[in-house]
Design a protein around this ligand. Sequence first.
Ligand code: 8YV
Length: 314
Amino acid sequence: MIELLQVATLPPYLMERLAKEYTIHDFTNPADPDALIDEVGPRVRGVLAGGMKGPNANLIHRLENLEIIAHCSVGFDATDVLAAQGQGVIVTHTPDVLTADVADLAMIFILMAPRRIGESERFLREGKWLAGRMDLGTTVKGKRLGILGLGRIGGAVARRAQPFGLHVGYHDIKPMGDLPYLAYPTLVELAAASDILLVACEGGEATRGLVGAEVLAALGPDGFLINTARGTIIDQPALVAALQAGTIAGAALDVFDGEPAVPDELMAMENVVLTPHIASSTRETRRAMADLVYDNLQAHFAGKPVWTPVPPQA
Ligand code: 8YV
């Protein structure tokens, strides 16, 4: 049987399906990583990775017969894709099948943060309603939504936002052609022209810390920051400082730099919605992602083109 190295925890349904056709070596929490790679490394032809866990350049180089790295995630920033592709290794991911669920959570956040929904639920559960009404929230209709990264997910959020009466603007490094949204040449200009700023671009080194103090200052004291992409894109200490100083109004975050650890300061803030990286966590989407991982591996080892390759990275 073809041998695979599993570096991330993946849906049990996928692992059961793969175990019928492949020999899988568990590298998710190895007692002795070097010994395991010395033993099985030369036989490994595929790596199973996830959005938060993928092989680094060192591991990729040590797997001399590696042919494919299959991610059960749309994001591939956990893997050193440059090292993989430089060694002729095919990298796959799971785009499209999760777009609707992730865009739905972003839209939920866009409504939740200004309307203070998380805070209002805590208010009721803590019995505070008995003592009086909660403070007012902010209406969404007529406000400006700025989207950083108008790719598959950003575009899906833009379409969802229109029936809510939001005016959509965006900033993207790629030219997006003729769209009914206002394009801003820089992220700071987009933030300055937004009431709600959604982070929807790729993670990785190219976008690390992109949303920093200057962008947050441009968003301003009435602005809300939403992130369903990657925690690394936001300068997290700068975000904490802006929230503490009231230089932005609030935030809604599904992803964190250093997750699953979340800074205590964020945990303590009423005006911040926090969820544990659940944007794609539905039974239907996880199954579709798992099926795509399986189909990519089957196609590759049958000598056919994979379904969803990661394009060559510069
Ligand atoms: C997953 C994700 O929750 O697809 C991605 O890039 O971040 C999420 O869908 C997770 O990373 C599963 O591995």
